[in-house]
Design a protein around this ligand. Structure first.
Ligand code: GTP
Ligand code: MG
Length: 323
């Protein structure tokens, strides 16, 4: 990824062994981590003057080719985004082909609507070869990071979903890096750390299930709404930079309560809503239907077709009713 002479942080001008150690200890072990830091952050973390921090950041950005691009270059890069199958053709079609890299995809809906099941399924599917809807190449397995904030990750489900594709379940589990986030600060720190981990491993998918749980619990009520949203926005921004810089797909989930007392409009739209208000990304609303059927709908996405997709949660994972 790095251009020219600068391949690691010790190649940056002004970074001798002592500064390099300080940067690494402060969590800035890669060019990518430095490129996305602010001079203030870096200066405080590594105990270096602001001007030095500015110079280091500039050099890291140049090395990583973060610069003005023409619209044509943007087009070409955009067309290179890759897609991961959800396991349901209906849902893939609704998403314009699947879960996209360089993008945050938010699944929101009431309890039991299938958010966590989709997370499990896509963590398996990303490991499939490209021609089968995953992002693994013959020489490199695609891996996933699973940030679990609610303790609802089940390896048994990964096992069942792997067998469906004839994959070795242990191998699949070996390629899922799991971590339980204990509170919102920890959740945010994990994402910061990913700027160092993602480029070293071939991680193509990052899941945060759920993105909102800790924030809701720690900032309850209307009086805390502004503080909560501000912190959550910072978190979403970090995730969106992660997606963009490393060409990974990010999936976040958000529980939205159904409101039984509305007489018109959409009953699940009422309380909570989606969290990606201003952040770029795709928002997918999920609702329960009869039995194990679920209905997905894209919200606020002018570039995707309108409409709904019906999928199913089966013993072997996310599938189509027609299967
Ligand atoms: P919350 O996290 O509570 O907001 O819900 P969620 O949207 O994450 O729901 P989740 O993805 O956990 O979906 C739960 C539903 O999946 C259950 O109600 C079951 O219908 C279904 N499900 C879970 N495990 C299995 C399984 O092993 N077999 C089948 N057939 N269905 C399952
Ligand atoms: Mg869940």
């Amino acid at each position: 990824m790095a251009k020219g002479e600068v391949k690691s942080i010790t190649d940056l001008p002004g970074v001798g062994p002592a500064t390099a150690n300080k940067l690494i200890e402060a969590g800035y072990a890669t060019l990518e981590a430095i490129a996305v830091a602010t001079p203030q952050e870096l200066s405080a973390a590594a105990g270096i003057p602001i001007t030095t921090a500015q110079r280091i950041i500039k050099a890291a950005r140049e090395a990583l080719d973060i610069r003005f691009k023409t619209a044509l270059e943007v087009k070409k890069e955009r067309l290179q985004t890759q897609k991961i199958t959800t396991g349901s053709r209906n849902l893939d079609d609704l998403l314009g082909g699947g879960i996209e890299t360089k993008t945050i995809t938010e699944f929101f809906g009431e309890f039991g609507s299938g958010k966590t099941q989709i997370c499990h399924q896509v963590a398996v599917n990303v490991q499939l070869p490209i021609e089968k809807g995953g992002l693994s190449t013959p020489d490199k397995m695609a891996k996933a990071v699973y940030i679990d904030t609610e303790g609802t990750f089940r390896w048994e489900r990964i096992e069942a979903m792997s067998k469906r594709w004839g994959l070795d379940p242990d191998e699949v589990m070996n390629n899922i890096l799991y971590i339980r986030a204990i509170n919102s600060d920890h959740q945010m720190a994990i994402v910061d750390e990913l700027f160092n981990i993602v480029p070293k491993e071939n991680i193509k998918l990052v899941i945060v299930d759920s993105v909102t749980g800790h924030f809701r619990a720690e900032y309850p009520g209307r009086e805390n709404l502004a503080a909560r949203q501000q912190k959550l926005n910072r978190h979403l921004h970090q995730l969106s930079r992660l997606a963009e810089i490393y060409d990974v797909a990010v999936i976040i989930t958000n529980q939205v309560m159904a409101k039984p007392d509305v007489f018109y409009g959409d009953p699940t739209q009422a309380v909570g809503g989606h969290v990606l208000y201003h952040a770029p990304g795709v928002r997918v609303q999920l609702r329960k239907s009869r039995g194990n059927k679920r209905i997905a709908r894209i919200v606020d996405a002018p570039h995707l077709p309108e409409g709904e997709a019906v999928f199913m949660i089966t013993d072997y994972g996310i599938a189509d009713p027609e299967d």
